[in-house]
Design a protein around this ligand. Structure first.
Ligand code: ZN
Length: 467
């Protein structure tokens, strides 16, 4: 049997400042080594000042993953000497005095499979090392400390996964959950990193380090299972070791064991007192926490009659559910859901396109209204939506500029229907006995009017003409 466990590092990208100093948590926008201060550089005489918002956001993650929340939390120093760590120690958490990390044991369902969470801890991210040249022949290594001290949450699972597919499903659920909590933007480079441990047939556990994205995590796990199965089938023992993920070659490679046998000499961080996360903070956070994905889903289905499948799509993506919630009324909910899931998704399918999009919830309300009152057809609505996403113009202006208004003039439509009937004699014959064929003729009228013919009126007129 295959057993896979994960350690996921997630940056709290939505915070303003670093974990222990006022430097920006969003380090990506700065020139190297400009987002730093004496605290995150560990200069003598400085003291860390804990970011309360980081405690709150990390606790929210723990609550969303059904973790136990300890009464008191503590921070520890993990000592190691490495150029990405200016202080020569990392402030992190450890459960040697009982559960003192931000979250204790929890669980999350992945389909029917229960994945247990071992613990969640809050820690600071080290700086970044940038290697110039190929990994075997590094000429220069550059250090950028802009990231040093930014808040990082580590989520550790039990080895409950049995295959890479479950890993991928879990990561999808987790990344939707983090986005919905508004704590992290999983799409940012380096915002999500992971280590995995893999064992097969009760054999030795192999750790895979250095997996830089969720996308690669599934690949790394898959590669490692295949590698171990191949050894196992040839009766070669599987060594208990740490392997690194090579993201260029997409393979795991054994790393020198001496790097992993470090004694970190953990001890309590004396500059940060134990912190009580009492009942009051719990209650406050529970009230502040955004509505969960499952609760949204249920609300969409029960209150607005949205189908299960559409409700799944809308609720799991914060961008769509925010838009949907802002524009829906009991009368237009289904229409809005339809516009988002059939037309809008193709237009804003990347982060960049979403950022550039000029669409507001008021536009969606106007479009749904125009469809429901027969002012424009669904096809015209789609064309209008394309223009609005690009320009942000008001619907009314777009309808007049693009001439999208419905053709609902009976005389005008009758002329077009006459043409279609003459051009499609066979279909007209068939339509007399087979009502389905009439839809084909409606389609022809739509083609001639560039999708602007009032569909109901067209159908009525066609039926009258044929029968
Ligand atoms: Zn700083």
């Amino acid at each position: 049997m295959t057993k896979i466990g994960l350690e996921i590092h997630c940056q709290l990208t939505k915070l303003e400042s670093k974990l222990f100093c006022p430097c920006k948590a969003n380090y990506r926008e700065y020139e190297p080594n400009t987002n730093i201060c004496p605290i995150c550089m560990g200069l003598p005489g400085t003291l860390p000042r804990l970011n309360q918002k980081a405690i709150e956001k990390a606790t929210m993650i723990a609550m969303a993953l059904n973790c136990s929340i300890p009464e008191k939390i503590a921070f520890f120093r993990k000592n190691y000497f490495y150029p990405d760590l200016p202080k020569n120690f990392q402030i992190t958490q450890l459960n040697i005095y009982g559960d003192t990390s931000i979250g204790g044991s929890g669980m999350i369902m992945v389909g029917d499979k229960k994945i247990r969470i071992t613990r969640i801890q809050l820690e600071e991210d080290p700086g970044r090392l940038i290697y110039e040249g190929s990994s075997s022949k590094n000429q220069i290594t550059l250090v950028d400390y802009n990231r040093a001290g930014t808040p990082l949450v580590e989520i550790v699972t039990e080895p409950d996964f049995e295959n890479p597919k479950q890993v991928r499903e879990f990561l999808n659920i987790l990344s939707d959950l983090l986005e919905n909590l508004d704590v992290s933007d999983p799409g940012l480079e380096g915002a999500m990193r992971a280590d995995a441990n893999v064992s097969i047939e009760g054999g030795n556990k192999v750790e895979i380090k250095n997996i830089g994205s969720f996308h690669d995590l599934e690949k790394a796990v898959h590669f490692e299972i295949t590698r171990q199965e191949s050894l196992h089938s040839r009766e070669i023992p599987i060594a208990q070791e740490t392997r690194h993920w090579d993201d260029k070659r997409k393979i795991t490679i054994s790393s020198r064991s001496k790097e992993e046998e470090l004694d970190y000499r953990y001890f309590l961080e004396g500059d940060i007192p134990w912190i009580t996360v009492g009942q009051q903070i719990h209650e406050k956070l529970r009230l502040e926490m955004p509505e969960s994905i499952s609760s949204k889903r249920e609300r969409y289905i029960k209150k607005y009659g949205i189908t299960d499948q559409v409700a799944d799509v809308l609720s799991s993506d914060k961008f769509y559910s925010d838009l949907f919630d802002k524009s829906l009324t009991e009368k237009n909910a289904k229409e809005i859901a339809n516009i988002i899931t059939t037309d809008l998704m193709g237009l804003v399918d990347t982060k960049e396109k979403r950022q550039l999009s000029k669409l507001e919830s008021t536009h969606l309300i106007d479009i749904a209204n125009a469809i429901q009152t027969g002012k424009i057809t669904r096809i015209s609505a789609k064309n209008a939506l394309y223009e609005i996403v690009k320009s942000g113009k008001k619907l009314e202006q777009v309808i007049s500029e693009m001439d999208l208004g419905n053709v609902s003039d009976e005389n005008e439509l009758t002329v077009i229907i006459e043409q279609v009937v003459q051009e499609e004699p066979q279909a007209v014959e068939q339509a007399k006995s087979n009502p389905q064929t009439i839809n084909f003729l409606v389609g022809k009228v739509m083609q001639k009017t560039k999708g602007k013919a009032d569909p109901k009126l067209t159908l009525d007129l066609l039926k009258k003409k044929i029968t």
